[in-house]
Write a protein that binds this ligand. Sequence first.
Ligand code: NJP
Length: 255
Amino acid sequence: MRPEHPVALITGASWGIGEATARALAADGFHLALGARSVERVSSLATELATTHGIQAWGGPLDVRDGDSVQAFLDQATERLGTVHVLVNNAGLARGLDRIEDVRDADWDEMIRTNVEGVLRMTRACLPAMRRAGWGHVFFLGSTASHGVYEGGAVYCGTKHFVRAITETLRLELLGLPIRITSVDPGMVETEFSVTRLGSRERADAVYRGMEPLVAADIAECIRWAVGLPDRVNIDQILVKPRDQAAFHRVHRQS
Ligand code: NJP
């Protein structure tokens, strides 16, 4: 049965979609464990949301690439807030747009360790308590890149295809348990994502020039909606793009 105030753990809650999801779930009465490497940001966000919404919230250091960090974060979250019921596997990134013949080891290493190993590690760590609690929901931030590929996107698309594979596998493995599994697969969302990928604000701005991208709150609303539905309803996948984007290569721009 759904607890009155479920505890949600959000990875990568310092910016973008993770931060927006924290705001949306706080407004719906969830208690929150907010993790990221930018500790000051998650810590002050937790304080702000606890004050505004009268929930319990804690923000602490989390690097999903590091098994010790994942376990320490989960242990602290559980000690402060109780059992984690909802996991939002949001932390993720793309580095560069290099073709396979040019892609750098450091870039693929960071994407694979964060988007692939980090998601596996977080999910494995959180599932036992959800089983014991008898109510849970795991969200995966996939992408339109979980469903297709584009030049210069081999590694990022590969990591998001992985996220799709783990999402679908987990739904089979947990069949019969009261744990729901949802992937949210966005198209273009204006966050820090393109700055991280392309290395400068100017290059990131060019990605969205002349079109209206999604904002982080649009994706947060998808998560808030899916977790709020009756327990019998599992939203498997939400593929959500801006009206101005028909496909990776097909973006309508007013120039
Ligand atoms: O990106 P951004 P988004 N350990 O850069 C955190 C997917 N997506 O919100 O550690 C822990 O604003 C980082 O925190 P920090 C995308 O693949 C996006 O757009 O402090 N946390 C920050 O809070 C990703 O899975 C678009 O640097 C780590 C957060 O991740 C998710 O949406 C399209 C971490 C990134 O915030 C959220 O991305 C799409 C680590 N090792 C899918 N490394 C889009 N924006 O267009 C990073 O299809 N973080």
